[in-house]
Structure formats: structure tokens, C-alpha cells
Design a protein around this ligand. Structure first.
Ligand SMILES: [Zn+2]
Ligand SMILES: [Zn+2]
Length: 70
């Protein structure tokens, strides 16, 4: 029995053999075509680095009551 270490590339998500066709994501991991999309795997690449959501600050509305003094 000969032990052969085959360096098989597998999808990081579904562990599918992607030796023939493999895609490398920006997170430095290889995926099959189904899981290449960053939404399909827990991509840790910070795509939104320069596109941060702005937290809408609610400015307090100060209503001044005008009390009429008789
Ligand atoms: Zn996959
Ligand atoms: Zn990724």
C-alpha cells in the first residue's frame, strides 16, 4: 500500500473538490463557483471598509413653549 499524499484543493465552504476549477476569494481562501460569492461564505474580507454606514444621529428637537402670561 503506497501512501500518496494528494494535495487536493477543496472548497472552504462545502469541501468540494475544486482541483480543476477553483476560485480564490479576496479573503485568501479557495471556493467552488457556488460559494465564491462573499455572501455564500462567511467572508471576512472587509469590503465595506471605505463604505461605512452612517449612523443617523437624531438631533433632539427642542420645542419652546410660548407661555402667554395674562
Ligand atoms: Zn463550495
Ligand atoms: Zn471571501
Amino acid at each position: 500500500m503506497a501512501i500518496v499524499n494528494i494535495d487536493v484543493d477543496r472548497c472552504f465552504k462545502c469541501n468540494k473538490n475544486i482541483s480543476l476549477i477553483k476560485f480564490k476569494c479576496k479573503c485568501e481562501k479557495y471556493f467552488c463557483i457556488k460559494h465564491l460569492c462573499s455572501d455564500m461564505h462567511d467572508c471576512k474580507y472587509d469590503y465595506k471598509n471605505s463604505n461605512r454606514k452612517k449612523l443617523s444621529e437624531e438631533n433632539p428637537v427642542i420645542k419652546t413653549k410660548q407661555l402667554e402670561t395674562i
